[in-house]
Design a protein around this ligand. Structure first.
Ligand code: GUN
Length: 290
């Protein structure tokens, strides 16, 4: 192996330390940041993710509210819960864990979260503000990916970045953030014809496909920075990324592991969005407080 690992856990610890310092400043000003996390149903992966988010809040001194609602919750019941949190001035961030059970319209739920409390960065207002380069809540996984790339000292400007996947949560926004940093961005997806060739040209490769070992060594340009967003439960019961790790490690210059890569960074960025939300809703500036 010659790739250098990008240690998501260590980077996340540094980002959470920033969030903890911001929380301390906010508390000194009389504000306790608070994140409400809503989980509907019993999806096992979602339960793990939500537990992680609640634990991170505790680590950073952020108050958390965990709302666990049954699988049978109706869309209206969920909308009512969101409305109550939206009008509660002690709650600064509202996160509804996705995916939602069938029968609940995800779009209607995301649209019901006020943009100023949308710490996931999924609401149309935040998406539009990101697209046009205005201040906004950045979606946590894409923001974490960028921070990981930058941590390697790689200059994004002018590089060819290839993103595999076009989801609203990862593919589209990470492509947008790379573009905003002057990368030449190619977005590949299930209908892309020459996907292997395109990937092999990438200076920066972001894999967000959801298929174990989708990216093999021959799809990686020697010296590339490879960010693996995939979290796939393998037949061995372990977590695997979208990238064949052993093969990628022989060719990439930098590579994120799974687990311990993008996942912890996503949660750390959520903590930063929550302190930012608490500051903004109280007319405070974190920059001025540090
Ligand atoms: N499900 C998978 N990733 C995410 C995320 O970043 N936020 C929410 N709310 N749900 C998710």
């Amino acid at each position: 192996m010659h790739a250098q690992l990008i240690d998501g856990k260590a980077l996340a610890a540094a980002v959470k330390a920033e969030a903890a310092a911001e929380t301390a400043s906010l508390q000194a000003a009389g504000v306790t940041p608070c994140l409400a996390v809503i989980l509907v149903g019993e999806d096992p992966a979602s339960q793990v993710y939500v537990r992680g988010k609640i634990r991170d809040c505790a680590e950073c001194g952020i108050r958390s509210l965990e709302l666990r609602l049954p699988e049978t919750t109706t869309q209206q019941e969920l909308l009512d819960r969101i409305a109550a949190l939206a009008s509660d001035s002690t709650v600064h961030g509202i996160l509804v864990q996705l995916p939602l059970p069938a029968g609940i319209d995800e779009r209607a739920i995301i649209d019901a979260i006020p943009p100023e409390k949308d710490v996931d960065g999924f609401s149309p207002v935040n998406v539009g503000r990101m697209q046009t380069g205005q201040p906004c809540f950045l979606p946590c996984t894409p923001a974490g990916c960028i921070r990981m790339i930058e941590s390697t000292g790689t200059v994004i400007d002018g590089k060819h970045a290839v993103v595999i996947g076009r989801s609203n949560i990862v593919g589209k926004p990470v492509a947008q953030l790379l573009l905003a940093r002057n990368a030449t961005v190619t977005i590949c997806h299930s209908h892309t014809r020459n996907l292997r060739e395109l990937c092999a040209q990438a200076d920066i490769l972001v894999a967000a496909v959801g298929h174990e070992a989708f990216v093999d060594g021959s799809m990686i340009k020697p010296g590339a920075v490879v960010i693996d967003v995939g979290i796939n439960r393998g037949s061995d019961g372990k977590l695997h990324g979208d990238v064949n790790f052993a093969q990628a490690a022989e060719r990439a210059a930098f590579l994120t592991p799974v687990p311990g890569g993008v996942g912890p960074m996503t949660r750390a960025m959520l903590m930063k969005n929550t302190t930012q939300a608490a500051a903004m809703q109280n007319g405070l500036s974190l920059e001025k407080m540090s």
